[in-house]
Design a protein around this ligand. Structure first.
Ligand SMILES: [Zn+2]
Length: 123
């Protein structure tokens, strides 16, 4: 099994309801997002998938996130835009847009800082 990974950044605001700490207040992060894909077959060029495609699709997903208040997105209307839920949101959006067969999406990690990371996967 092979894996390939890309990382990109976006900036956004959020606040966490029922957190009982300073994150209850509106604040911002420069979120780092790491996307991992996996597969057992390489293309004729010996690659699992095109990094450029992964990056451009990820940037497309960021259009609804970058420089927004994440609490305003309908996806988060029934809960908090925590790093875990942001990872889930990005994973689900990438599943709709990323066409890299026979490789498949494996993991989305969201870094609020270099020390604080949450992720989402189906497998
Ligand atoms: Zn925060």
């Amino acid at each position: 099994m092979y894996t390939a990974r890309v990382e990109e950044w976006f900036a956004a605001a959020h606040f966490l309801k029922n957190f009982h700490g300073k994150c209850e207040n509106l604040h911002g992060h420069n979120y780092k997002v790491r996307v991992t894909v996996k597969g057992s077959q390489l293309d004729a060029g010996g690659m699992l998938c095109d990094f450029g495609i992964m990056k451009s699709v990820l940037k497309e997903v960021f259009k609804d996130l970058d420089h927004h208040n994440l609490n305003d997105l309908p996806f988060f209307s029934d809960g908090n835009p925590s790093a875990e839920r942001i990872a889930e949101y990005i994973y689900l959006e990438l599943e709709k847009l990323l066409d890299i067969k026979p490789a498949e999406l494996s993991l989305v990690e969201v870094f609020e800082t270099e020390k604080h990371v949450a992720s989402y996967t189906r497998n």
